[in-house]
Design a binder for this molecule. Sequence first.
Ligand code: FE
Ligand code: FE
Ligand code: ZN
Length: 277
Amino acid sequence: MFVIGCHLSASKGYLHMGEEAKSIGANTFQFFTRNPRGFSAKPFDAADAQAFVQFAAENGIPVILAHAPYTLNACSADEKIRQMAHEIMADDLARLAHFPSAYYNFHPGSHVQQGVAVGTAYIVELLNAILQPGQTTTVLLETMAGKGSEIGRSFEELRTIIDGTAHSERLGVCLDTCHVYDAGYDIVGHLDDVLAEFDRVIGLDRLKAVHLNDKTPFPSHKDRHEKIGAGSLGLDAIGAIINHPALRDLPFYLETPNELDGYAREIALLKSMRTDR
Ligand code: FE
Ligand code: FE
Ligand code: ZN
């Protein structure tokens, strides 16, 4: 089954996002757990969550993807900001426990002047404090473009985080096509080789979701998403990605610069490009 959706606004609640996804031909979606550039969150609405769970079961939405706020930085040099990351992540995971099948994606963090080793150690410290056996939600490290001092620009950096994490059975990876291409992995010319490298370094069993974005231009570490087919990946590469045997059964999420009608068109286009349609 092709599991495809896009990023939606959470401002009107979970059920509304489910209905919106359905209306644009999606069977999954991503949303921010709270203000992406701050930390504030609406109070959790358990009735709305329950209504969504029922809607998802009736309408074939197999999984959803929550995205942590951009301002969360697990490896800040400032202890208060690291503590905030801990509180936010714990609260987000408590909310997500109301859903039978959810992933929680976060940007590993920016080490600023501290270096990758120190930054990585802080991220591991947070995950070891947060991840519990029996937790329903799998936490995903997003592959990053390497803007500034972002950790997660290489598969090796993600491997180091996973290796340090005790309950790594609750930890996976979300591959962002814009970011990995930006970071220098040539998924246009050598998709098989990049995925073989992912398998060798991290293991494809860790790969749980794909952020499907085009980008401009390669490689820049600038992290600029582009509409499907309008960027430097292009339609052929995107067709190869959504049909690749190692990826095709994963959920795909568009984070392209679009309103709802644009997302509906991209989802229809991608469906027409699937070899199992
Ligand atoms: Fe992201
Ligand atoms: Fe992304
Ligand atoms: Zn991005």
